[in-house]
Design a protein around this ligand. Structure first.
Ligand SMILES: [Zn+2]
Length: 139
């Protein structure tokens, strides 16, 4: 017996090579699935906070995936109030809901801050109209 010569090198054995490839694929699939689950969970939590705070002004949760099927982002449509001079209080109430919805997640995005700022502007306009109306009634 000569030691060593009967050893089959790993890559020369087609069966073992196939197993190695399979296990590599399995690991890749598990890692991919873990990434999908984690991203989906994080995005869903964020969008759920928007939706819960937005109430009837919020649309459905949409999760976006990349070409590999990995969730990469999401959104919830929100009804931005239109300034209503006849009913500025409704505009103010709706704007407050939009601000709360935009700032609801623990990690608001740049877009979330922009939506909140827009709603605050509309609210400020509505408050101005409300103030004027009061003055008109007093005159
Ligand atoms: Zn957001």
């Amino acid at each position: 017996m000569v030691s060593g010569v009967s050893a089959i090198s790993f890559a020369s054995n087609p069966v073992m090579r196939a197993q190695a490839v399979q296990s590599y694929q399995e690991q890749r699939n598990e890692a991919r699935q873990a990434l999908i689950d984690k991203n989906y969970h994080d995005i869903f939590m964020h969008e759920s906070a928007h939706k819960a705070a937005g109430g009837p002004l919020a649309g459905a949760i949409v999760i976006e995936t990349n070409e590999d099927g990995i969730p990469v982002g999401g959104h919830v449509a929100i009804m931005m109030p239109v300034l209503n001079p006849e009913n500025p209080q409704k505009t103010i109430d709706d704007a407050n809901t939009v601000v709360r919805a935009a700032m609801a997640p623990a990690d608001p995005s740049g877009q979330d801050f922009r939506v909140a700022a827009q709603a605050r502007n509309i609210r400020a306009e509505a408050e101005g109209i409300k103030q004027k109306k009061k003055l008109n009634y007093l005159a």
